[in-house]
Design a protein around this ligand. Structure first.
Ligand SMILES: [Zn+2]
Ligand SMILES: [Zn+2]
Length: 370
């Protein structure tokens, strides 16, 4: 159907890396076994190239969620290149278009064109040229520009020559090529692509109901925390994707670890008030949507009123708490008032949350009541 637009370079490259990595590497291991050196090289390269994409290409270059010194910038460019996902400038350009036009025709990997298209089809069927005016900030950096201009040299050295050289010195050149190069490239590809397909199809929408992006904890497990995609689309400038402390997001921990070493700075964080506000607004929209499906139910009008009242109450308390917190935190009595407002908000939020729990049962209960 899209054959006239097939990008043969990508078709052949993806085909060869996947065949060698996912069929060739297991066959090699079956016949020749695997050494500790090959395992360590695979794990190291799988980790640093994956993190090069998430910590570097995504959160540093595409979204500028923190500032990095020269070493961190270089390492992100070096290992990001090794993932074979084009230069940081090309990647960021596509990704900024994705955020700007998400789910529309202009979204380079729109989920509305199908799961496979969003996953990898967009690179096979459609030669989407990057929109360079949207990456002028990156083009002004000589190191980033160098990686873009001499990308082929960067990728051959970082992705193939270096690991194969180390593998050859250990006496396992072919095994390293199949396992730490081909299998690793194919697996990191699949992880990255899952964010555009899986995390735009399966999961929850706690912060924003309008777009297709979803929080998917399972996808986060093998994408270095990128699975919390609903939060990310709602707050793309935040250096965290998994915003809760317990959410699996090694990329945010890595960025914070670099800050402790004074290698990164200015980590952008969305205020807890904005996050709570988005969460409550999304819950309110969800409750209204549930209720709209049961318009004929005699109680629906009464419940809609109850939602409106509770929503107004909980958001006004949140607003008061925020105002108090941001304006008068230095005075002792003001701090006490902040604590009081926080307590009042929490109690109102608990009530609100209970109401939400009721709504999850509404589709089952309402028909019985109507
Ligand atoms: Zn997305
Ligand atoms: Zn993004």
């Amino acid at each position: 159907m899209h054959s006239s637009k097939l990008n043969w370079t990508n078709v052949i490259f993806f085909g060869v890396t996947h065949a060698l990595g996912l069929i060739g590497a297991p066959l090699y291991i079956y016949f020749y076994g695997i050494s500790w050196g090959e395992i360590i090289l695979f794990l190291f390269y799988f980790s640093v190239t994956g993190l090069g994409i998430t910590v570097g290409y995504h959160r540093l270059f595409a979204h500028r969620t923190y500032k990095a010194g020269k070493w961190v910038t270089f390492l992100n460019l070096f290992f990001g290149a090794a993932a074979f996902e084009k230069s940081a400038i090309d990647w960021a350009s596509h990704h900024r278009e994705h955020h700007r036009y998400v789910d529309s025709d202009k979204d380079p990997y729109s989920i509305n064109k199908g799961f496979f298209f969003a996953h990898m089809g967009w690179m096979l069927f459609w030669k989407a040229p990057p929109t360079y005016p949207n990456v002028k900030d990156l083009q002004s950096n000589p190191l980033i520009q160098h990686q873009d201009r001499y990308y082929l040299a960067w990728v051959i050295v970082s992705s193939i020559l270096l690991p194969v050289l180390i593998g050859t010195l250990m006496g396992h050149g072919l095994g390293t090529f199949l396992i730490a190069v081909c299998a690793r490239i194919a697996l990191v590809y699949q992880g990255t692509w899952c964010i555009n397909s899986v995390a735009h199809t399966f999961g929850k929408k706690p912060y924003d109901l309008t777009g297709s992006a979803r929080d998917n904890w399972f996808a986060a497990l093998f994408t270095w925390g990128e699975g919390y995609h609903n939060f990310h689309h709602r707050f793309p400038n935040d250096y965290r994707n998994g915003v809760q402390w317990y959410q699996w997001d090694p990329s945010k921990w890595m960025i914070a670890f670099f800050r402790a070493l004074h290698l990164t700075s200015d980590l952008k964080k969305t205020s807890k008030f904005k996050i709570l506000n988005a969460k409550i607004a999304a819950q309110n929209s969800q409750a209204t949507l549930y209720l709209n499906t049961f318009k004929n139910w005699s109680e629906s009008l009464h419940i809609a009123e109850l939602i409106n009242t509770k929503y107004a109450h909980v958001t006004s308390l949140l607003q008061k708490w925020e105002q108090q917190h941001t304006t008068q935190k230095s005075l002792r009595f003001a701090r006490a008032r902040t604590r009081l407002l926080k307590k009042q908000f929490r109690s109102a939020y608990r009530e609100w949350a209970k109401l939400q729990t009721c709504f999850t049962y509404l589709p089952k209960v309402a028909p019985l009541l109507s």
